[in-house]
Design a protein around this ligand. Structure first.
Ligand code: FMN
Length: 215
């Protein structure tokens, strides 16, 4: 049975564009693959703790030397890692906050990325290699290559490094840009176009991922 790990990270609830797009993906995926299961994590409703010294050091010491706090941190992080590694597909939605990902999502990544467990050495094949990851983003401004702030986007390049680079997943990034722009009319039209294109891309990607996992 195919398992989708779905993670939302916008604090904006039902006002969130990225959550809305991810929900559309999930609805289509569930319709196309009714036998599939979804593991859902809302990192805003249930925030993950920031990494502390115990959570880091626990993986660099013999198990029997761990304090209770270190053992608990190891159990917590290992469970998150198992949740990720058992996913046949991953869906992550995120807003741009101050040109990068929100702290809630970074906290999940910091907890779940563990040397030798969810991170492999260069040249090694990752257990998630080739599995589909879909990253759905919403930006208030515009960061296309021709935009004045093109180089300020530290969301997509960073998440590409994580999901396509470190985790070696087959990655598709779908972004609605200019979500906060209502004027001038030319920019408002670009905003509507970006949203329409993102919605169409979501439909196509959800069908593709479902078909891949069904077959
Ligand atoms: C705290 C905060 C910081 C933001 N920083 C940026 C930014 O650096 N660049 C940008 O284009 N939009 C920025 N925005 C606007 C959001 O990217 C935009 O509202 C987007 O739609 C958020 O995704 P969401 O609708 O899924 O929450 C920011 C919004 C908030 C609340």
């Amino acid at each position: 049975m195919a398992r989708l790990l779905h993670i939302d990270s916008s604090p904006m609830g039902d006002m969130s564009v990225s959550r809305g797009l991810a929900a559309a993906f999930r609805a289509r995926w569930e319709e196309e693959l009714p036998t599939g299961t979804v593991v859902y994590r809302d990192v805003c409703a249930d925030p993950l703790p920031l990494l502390d010294r115990d959570a880091i050091m626990t993986f660099y010491m013999p198990e029997e030397a761990r304090t209770q706090a270190q053992a608990e941190a190891a159990r917590y992080r290992t469970a998150l890692a198992e949740e990720l590694l058992s996913a046949d597909a991953v869906l992550v939605s995120a807003p741009m906050h101050n040109w990068t990902i929100p702290a809630h999502l970074k906290a999940w990544l910091d907890q779940v990325l563990i040397d030798g467990v969810t991170l492999v050495q260069p040249g090694e094949t990752h257990p998630l290699a080739g599995r589909p990851a879909t990253v759905v983003l919403a930006y208030g401004g515009g960061y296309t290559p021709d935009a004045p702030l093109a180089g300020w986007d530290h969301v997509e390049p960073y998440l590409r490094t994580v999901f396509a680079g470190a985790l070696q997943m087959e990655l598709s990034v779908i972004t609605a840009q200019l979500t906060l722009v209502n004027e001038p009319p030319e920019l408002a039209e670009l905003a509507r176009k970006s949203r329409r294109e993102a919605e169409a891309a979501i439909e196509e990607r959800a069908r593709k991922v479902a078909a891949q996992l069904a077959g």
